[in-house]
Write a protein that binds this ligand. Sequence first.
Ligand code: MLC
Ligand code: AMP
Length: 466
Amino acid sequence: MDLLGGTGGPVRIAGRELPRDELLGWAAAVAAEIRGADAVAVHATASMETVAAVVGGLLAGVPVVPLPPDSGPAERAHILGDSGAELILAGGRTEVSATEPPLLPVDWLSRHDGGGVDAEAAPDATALILYTSGTTGAPKGVLISRSAIAAGLDALAEAWAWTPADVLVHGLPLFHVHGLVLGVLGPLRVGSPLVHTGRPKPELYAAAAQDDGGSLFFGVPTVWSRTAADPSTAEALRGARLLVSGSAPLPVPVFERLSALTGHRPVERYGMTETLITVSARAEGDRRPGYVGTPLPGVETRLAAEDGSPVPPDGETPGELHVRAPLLFKGYLNRPEATAESFTADGWFRTGDIATIGPDGWHRIVGRASTDLIKSGGYRIGAGEIENALLAHPAVREAAVVGTPHDDLGEQVTAYVVADGVGERQLIDFVAERLSVHKRPRVVHLVGSLPRNAMGKVVKSRLGEL
Ligand code: MLC
Ligand code: AMP
């Protein structure tokens, strides 16, 4: 199936620009090298090499596993081992250890002509394997099919009136749904030019609005909150068409302040790695602070109580949000039990998010069913993975991790640790070295003991009392 659309504008990443044909020619050269592989990993820096490698995977019909470029040895070994990636695609100067799959230096490949045709992979073939955190244990590989990506992007193009006339601007990381699927495959499918700013910094967004005709802007709430705190930067976005926020709740005061400074009421949308984007406000229509909008075309939603019984869409009663749609993932790689648990008996995906749905169909996300999933700066972080990383330190005896409110990041990773002779800073750096840097605790409390119930389980709701 043709995932990438026929024509389109150039792609610019961190200052380097390529016309679409050249990019696709480069990707075709990548495809020729990897065809037949079971899966390939991509060292997913914010760079043109990453885009050429990912698109090369799509052209070859080979599942692509984006590796967060700052992931430490433990996380990287898990992703490479679990996914069975046969090669690591990256710029030639990237270091790969002797125990890892071999490096394919994509920048040294000579370009092919006319690489714009997708492989004849089946619509349900896996396009991407995105690793994402659960409440416990190591991250799981989410299998995303070509047809889910196509359906998800077409639904967004319709909802946001996204056309080749737009110039998309963002600077999000290229190893998650937001930055990679929406932010790179989106413009390639829709045909709009992409200006990726390297990092999601407000001043870079402002420059792209003024110098590059940026019209459509993607950001996580932390980016919009930093923009709203900097009036001259925010005002530079007045000429935009649409500001879109997602990956975490956009605080109402940020919505209001951003609206006042930019003249745009931001469009909020809700999604997950497993579901792509399922609910959004529309370009043509209402945008309500604190609400994520209505289901996208082709998406069905419902609310369920803890016992599974239906919750009425009265705008007040919260329930767990379930979704059913052609854009859902195929399952977790090598984890049939986890896959089965995430669906109800009648085939709906259980998001784990608690929501209300109004009689008019407007959705509000009010929380999560589990306190063990943390959203910090738009990154999804599992408490269990951080606890395990802390427990790997020889001085640590016990560890409990929670998300605590943070003005800039929404939530911050906060650890309560029982340990002998080790400092807070050492523990933060210890986690930053083993896992992705963004997963490091921002705060570590060294405590004498953790509150436990009669069964010996840590009572996380009482950690704040320590
Ligand atoms: C700090 N650093 C350290 C360190 N402490 N390095 C080593 N050891 C330590 N102990 C360095 C980092 O490497 C980095 O360097 C810098 O300090 C800051 O790191 P940070 O924590 O990443 O920066 P910060 O400004 O706090 O990040 C905010 C942010 C980021 C918004 C830019 O959180 C972000 O990019 N979020 C986007 C997440 C996202 O895309 N989520 C989408 C999920 S998909 P340097 O050199 O790098 O600056 C999804 C579906 C959907 O959710 O609905 O969209
Ligand atoms: P991830 O798998 O990283 O995409 O994280 C998905 C989670 O991010 C969801 O389950 C929600 O908890 C959260 N999320 C995404 N978008 C929003 C939003 N607009 N409002 C509130 N939470 C969101």
